[in-house]
Design a protein around this ligand. Structure first.
Ligand code: SAH
Length: 352
């Protein structure tokens, strides 16, 4: 039995079942036993692969889209260039390399990372030593903001609720014979879910990310007051419906409750919740990742890079392009939404 499972069992015995959000929070972020606190989960040897780890093209295109928004908005100096949950720091390293030729951009941009894992901060510092780290978005400068968040919101803890009449029963994690198990609370009406009574039926499961509104509001406020743009990329859809909590270990699905801290836990992102909290700024239409990358010329870039490759590295490059863009791979599952000033145009590749 894992040490974290022991701790959670003891806590549940003391004070009763915990929400799925508290379980996720501990499993991912516990300072000693949490998944992100203890390991580097990215890449072929890790538990999952993210878009920036698949190909440099992803970060190059994100970088040029952000720099284009910066130019269109009059090239404000200084500008905060921020990333939420930068993982290994690969995406920001690619953004910086791709934008090195944009006149004035590097002189104006200060790199800020929001990252809670001390272990990952160490890997990020090796790639982007000049970054300034934050525990949350609250301390980002009150200044023009260019921001990217790739596979960040899917790692934030969610609560799950099952519709019962006009109320909701919360899915809880309890303990039985030393093992963790799911259960349900009694039904109560919930103001935060009032808007879901219109589109759900008895027995439907919906998910709520308690940290999301505060994070989006902090970003949108800076962009509305000072300019800039945020690109949010994640897997998910317009509204959550159904259980999307999943555990991944060694690139395969794992049992959610069996060994907390040993597997990555994610949930699909509810982009309608992001849109709902983006005011006073504007938000773009939700766009599939494949469409976004194609509109910004990923195929031309892929062809250019392919010219220098042969054999296995050429095959790997072709596979990476397909993986990022093809509807049967990440192209449709992953979506992009931008937050931008209501008076400005949305970042390139996205519609108002
Ligand atoms: N963006 C990276 C990594 C995604 S994994 C990539 O695409 O490869 C999620 C990242 O978010 C990790 O760096 C994790 O430590 C960080 N993270 C998760 N929850 C966080 C929180 N509440 N605050 C700050 N960082 C968080």
């Amino acid at each position: 039995m894992s040490a974290l499972k022991d701790l959670l069992n003891a806590q549940i015995a003391r004070s009763g079942p915990i929400s799925v959000a508290i379980f996720m929070q501990d499993a991912l972020m516990h300072p000693v036993h949490g998944y992100y606190a203890t390991r580097d989960p990215f890449g072929a040897q890790g538990d999952f692969t993210t878009a920036p780890e698949i190909s440099q093209m992803f970060g190059e295109i994100i970088g040029l889209a952000l720099a284009q928004s910066w130019l269109e908005q009059g090239a404000p100096d200084p500008v905060t260039l921020a990333e939420l949950g930068p993982g290994r720091g690969t995406l920001m390293a690619d953004i910086l390399r791709a934008t090195a030729g944009v006149p004035g951009f590097h002189a104006a941009a200060q790199v800020h990372f929001v990252e809670t894992s001390a272990h990952l901060r160490g890997l990020q510092a090796a790639r982007v030593p000049q970054a300034i780290w934050h525990d949350s978005v609250a301390t980002l400068p009150d200044a023009p903001l260019l921001l990217v968040a790739n596979e960040f919101f899917d790692a934030l803890p969610i609560r799950q609720f099952i519709r019962a009449g006009n109320g909701w029963r919360e899915r809880m994690v309890g303990a039985r014979d030393g093992d963790l198990c799911f259960g349900l609370s009694d039904a109560t009406p919930l103001a935060q879910l009032a808007h879901r009574l219109a589109d759900t039926r008895d027995g439907d499961l919906v998910e709520l990310c308690p940290a999301l509104p505060g994070i989006i509001t902090a970003i949108a406020k800076r962009i509305a007051s000072h300019g800039g743009a945020a690109l949010i990329i994640d897997y998910g859809d317009w509204q959550s419906l159904g259980d999307t909590l999943q555990a991944l270990s060694g690139h395969a699905h794992a049992d959610t409750l069996a060994d907390p801290g040993a597997a990555d836990l994610t949930a699909h992102v509810d982009f309608a919740a992001i849109a709902a909290h983006a005011g006073p700024a504007a938000h773009s239409r939700l766009t599939p990742q494949g469409v976004f990358l194609e509109r910004l010329g990923i195929t031309a870039r892929a062809q250019k890079l392919a010219a220098g490759l042969v054999g296995e590295s050429l095959q790997a490059h072709i596979a990476a392009h397909r993986r990022l863009t093809h509807p049967a791979e990440m192209g449709d599952l992953f979506k992009v939404m931008a937050i931008y000033p209501a008076r400005a145009a949305p970042p390139p590749g996205l519609d108002r």
